[in-house]
Design a protein around this ligand. Structure first.
Ligand code: FES
Length: 521
């Protein structure tokens, strides 16, 4: 693979996405201001992905004094590893939303999708952001009779919701199909160029960005948040967790299941790059699109998603390569990367006031595979809530919603799994494994001197031992060989091989354990 293990510190991952080169190559550095410790900010936004930055910019534009605290660098999380689709249809289909939430809700969702797309287009135009934004049609195809029945339901429900879609007779990818539908006016862009454009405007308007500032604690007194990061304290009237799941054990931990998604950037031997977006209906699904970076076309192929910490990521990459090679003449794999997203139990994201805590704490999570759209929409909804403005989507996406119960089957399935890990992992131990058996770059759980440890061997043969108990809520982490990380199967917390937090909700790293064992050659 051509672009492997470079710039790894720019993302929560060992693998490199094609978007990361922009950050390295960009001569335009963001000005990161000093925090004014005496100042009372209107809003502290935690997380500088698309959700946090959109929220911050909309608030700053409305005259609010905002500060973004990012644990690493902007786009370090899923925004730096997205496949960057801009769709007005979602992983929870209009047929599902209509059935589970009612027809009005499906119509409202369609409207929300159009609004999110128009916010992105508006920013790109107003701020002249050069982010490869292109309008594309999207084809959704069925490969058998059963899928065709599902596709027909999606087509009809999409139309009822007010989305422009029609049956087509051609597909843009060389996969045999039974039926296909087409949504026009969809899009794609370069996510890091886009958020850097928003950030530049946020900073120009007086907003503050703090990098490498993980918020470890938030104390609320008289409605004021005092957030503590390293040796800094930040005071704010409102606080937004744009971090997927907020830290600590809260309702969101049990209403969302973490998934990993896999993507390849392929160079082809011929010019058969699809002009548009294409998606199948398989489980897990696949998608295709084309992106041109520095004059080079790449076929972006994604899918093979699975719950974090549950399956073999290397196998997922291999499956994806084999799948793509069935249909395309692949010259080389230029990129392969994976990213994390959260599946909400009833299909729709949770955007708004975090339930069960003081007023003025907001959350945006459960975006499924539609993070660029829901992240943008979250910016609009949360900024309206902070500003005390009406927003017609608040009830549909409310994090406090208890109904409908149509997602109940999934809810039981997802949370049962979380609960199983939550309780049993703390008391079970893996078999004793000999450290000598570890290969360089390999990690595993092992019982050592009566204690379960997360053991990792680096390329020099040096072994690092960590306490494998996730600092969030006590589940046992699993090794992710593809990303060289320790991933928690409960709520998606992830750590690098030294134990440092890569993905919230944990805020504290895994403790190192001293072991007296030398396996160096
Ligand atoms: Fe929640 Fe690990 S126990 S992320």
């Amino acid at each position: 693979m051509e672009n492997s293990k470079q710039n790894a510190s720019l993302r929560d991952s060992c693998s490199v996405s094609p978007w990361q080169n922009f950050v390295v190559d960009s001569s335009e550095k963001l000005i990161v201001a000093e925090v004014d410790l005496d100042k009372m900010y209107d809003c502290l936004i935690i997380g500088a992905g698309i959700t946090g930055i959109t929220t911050a910019l909309l608030l700053q534009r409305s005259g609010q004094a905002c500060i973004i605290a990012e644990a690493q660098q902007p786009g370090f999380g899923t925004t730096g590893g997205t496949s960057a689709h801009l769709n007005t249809f979602f992983d929870a289909t209009y047929a599902e939303v209509e059935s589970d939430f009612g027809r009005d809700s499906a119509t409202l969702l369609a409207q929300a999708g159009k609004e999110a797309l128009s916010i992105i287009k508006g920013f790109v135009k107003d701020l002249s952001i050069d982010c490869d934004l292109e309008s594309k049609s999207a084809w959704l195809y069925a490969e058998n009779e059963k899928e065709s029945k599902q596709l027909k339901e999606i087509l009809e429900a999409s139309k009822r919701a007010g989305v422009e879609v029609e049956a087509d007779d051609k597909n843009i990818v060389p996969v045999p199909f039974d039926s296909v539908i087409r949504y026009d006016q969809q899009g794609q862009f370069h996510p890091l160029k886009y958020i850097h454009g928003l950030l530049a405007e946020f900073i120009a308007l007086g907003g503050l960005l703090l990098e490498n500032a993980r918020i470890r604690e938030n104390i609320i007194e008289d409605g004021i948040h005092t957030a503590i990061s390293n040796d800094l304290t930040i005071k704010a009237k409102n606080l937004v967790y744009a971090t997927h799941i907020p830290p600590g054990v809260n309702l969101m931990s049990f209403r969302n299941a973490p998934y990993r998604s896999y993507v390849l950037g392929l160079k082809l031997k011929d010019e058969n790059y699809p002009d548009g977006l294409a998606y199948d209906l398989q489980e897990p699904y696949h998608y295709f699109r084309t992106h041109i970076i520095d004059g080079q076309k790449y076929l972006i192929v994604g899918g093979e998603d699975h719950k974090t910490g549950h399956e073999d990521p290397e196998r997922a990459f291999q499956n994806l390569k084999e799948y793509a090679s069935q249909y395309y003449e692949v010259e080389s794999v230029a990129y392969q990367w994976s990213a994390q997203y959260y599946v909400p139990v009833d299909g729709l994201p949770y955007i708004g006031q975090l339930p069960g805590v003081a007023d003025g704490i907001y959350v945006a999570t459960g975006f499924n595979g539609n993070g660029m759209m829901y992240g943008t929409l979250s910016g609009k909804i949360i900024s309206d809530l902070v500003l005390g403005k009406e927003n017609e989507y608040t009830s549909l996406f409310s994090p406090s919603r208890l109904k409908p119960v149509a997602g109940f089957t999934d809810f039981v399935k997802e949370t049962a799994d979380v609960v199983w890990h939550f309780f049993s992992d703390r008391f079970s131990s893996e078999e004793l494994q000999e450290l000598n058996d570890l290969k360089p770059g390999e990690g595993k759980l092992a019982k050592f001197e009566g204690r379960q440890l997360a053991i990792y061997k680096d390329d020099c043969g040096k072994v690092t031992a960590l306490n494998p108990i996730c600092t969030h809520a006590g589940c046992t982490v699993q090794f992710n060989a593809a990303e060289q990380s320790w991933d928690c199967p409960c709520h998606g917390g992830r750590y690098d091989v030294s134990g440092k937090v890569l993905n919230a909700p944990p805020t504290k790293g895994l403790d190192a354990v001293l072991i007296s064992y030398d396996v160096r050659p």
